[in-house]
Design a protein around this ligand. Structure first.
Ligand code: TYD
Length: 230
């Protein structure tokens, strides 16, 4: 494919500042003249966002780990065919908040479903599509999850306070944040193993400083690894 674009994913524990960094990178790349798509998983399409509601709503009880993994992949398969692949073929840069590394870390390690199973499903359901670059944001685990919990609580309070936000009242995005610290330790260990296995694709970014410091580190990596003007 002559006009192949770039596929860049953001990974890390909940509350590591991925979304902020994704927006900052998108703005910098656009300022340099690139066409950029910002998207996220689970979600990124109308169908995927409906699946996201089921997956993240804390009212979703007793979802089996296998069903959870299947829904993550169902949303992803739709996302690839509807958004990611067409954009790459148009020569654009796709920035995606989470991708299959999340399934390997959260379901493979966190839920004990195993890396091998996740990677096999990725081959079958996603055609083995690999990001050109994955930015793994690293902060102290306790801090990041606490940050995510606070953010989701505030969003839920704001939705309750706003009587017009009827639909927002019905869902929240807290199901994963309610997990135990042992779960998040397994997820973190999973990310470490994935990063050690694929150092060419995955850059571990120290995200403990200010958002601007992290952005500068990240831009350096993007310039070096993808040879993009930025
Ligand atoms: P996200 O919206 O990125 O949450 P945060 O901003 O808090 O990092 O992701 C939602 C949650 O879904 C997050 O807790 C991780 C989880 N998740 C999985 O467990 N498996 C997956 O494959 C994906 C994409 C997300």
């Amino acid at each position: 494919m002559s006009r192949r674009g770039k596929f860049i994913t953001f990974e890390g524990l909940d509350g590591t500042g991925k979304s902020t960094q994704l927006r900052k990178l998108a703005a910098a790349l656009r300022a340099a003249g690139h066409k950029v798509i910002e998207t996220r998983e689970p979600g990124g399409t109308a169908i995927g966002e409906r699946i996201r509601q089921v997956l993240l709503d804390s009212k979703t009880k007793s979802l089996s780990p296998i069903a959870e993994m299947s829904l993550m992949f169902a949303a992803r398969a739709q996302h690839i065919s509807e958004v990611i692949q067409p954009a790459i073929e148009r020569g654009e840069i796709v920035l995606c908040d989470r991708f299959t590394d999340s399934t390997e870390a959260y379901q493979g390690y966190g839920r004990h479903l195993g890396s091998g199973n996740v990677l096999k499903l990725h081959q079958i359901l996603c055609g083995g599509l690999q990001p050109d670059l994955t930015l793994l944001l690293n902060v102290d685990p306790g801090r990041s999850v606490a940050r995510a919990r606070l953010r989701n609580r505030r969003a839920a309070q704001a939705a309750r306070a706003d009587s017009k936000a009827k639909s927002a009242q019905r869902t929240d995005e807290n199901r994963f944040e309610q997990e135990t610290s042992a779960f998040f330790s397994r997820v973190r260990e999973g990310y470490e193993k994935i990063a050690a296995r694929e150092p060419q694709r995955i850059a571990v970014i120290d995200a403990r400083g200010t958002p601007n410091e992290t952005h500068r580190r990240l831009m350096e990596v993007v310039r070096q690894k993808l040879n993009l003007r930025a």
